[in-house]
Design a protein. Structure first.
Length: 136
């Protein structure tokens, strides 16, 4: 849950890393494709990669449950539903991260902005709300 947004930033930076080396953006943007089509293609590839990561996570969780011999069963429908909702929730953030990664050639700068946006969320979501007051 916490590392998925960071991982999406790493994938976005890696998707744009090839073009930042040796003038790849100049070559790519000189082709008869608009910038929006290039960005959309990269966004689709990023979304597919993130979906594969989510499915791999669900598969690893199911395997861990089986190997650990946990009593009961894993609710597969709930696990896949949670993975789908997590994937949908990460898509806007991945689009922003892809935009940052396409603008800056530095992997560190793109990842630094990613971490600066994600880490406060991790801290806030780790805080627990106080228990409800008992009004009896």
């Amino acid at each position: 849950m916490f590392f998925f947004p960071l991982f999406s930033g790493v994938l976005a930076a890696l998707l744009c890393g090839y073009e930042h080396r040796s003038g790849g953006w100049k070559l790519l943007l000189a082709m008869p494709y608009s910038r929006s089509r290039v960005y959309a293609a990269k966004a689709i590839v990023l979304a597919v990669l993130l979906a594969v990561v989510q499915l791999a996570f669900v598969g690893a969780a199911a395997t861990a449950v089986i190997l650990a011999g946990v009593e009961g069963s894993l609710n597969g429908r709930m696990a896949l539903g949670s993975a789908l909702r997590g994937w949908i929730a990460i898509l806007p953030l991945a689009a922003i991260q892809l935009w940052f990664s396409s603008r800056w050639s530095s992997f560190g700068a793109a990842f630094g902005i990613n971490a600066a946006c994600i880490l406060p969320n991790i801290v806030v979501s780790g805080l627990h709300s106080p228990p409800p007051l008992n009004h009896t």
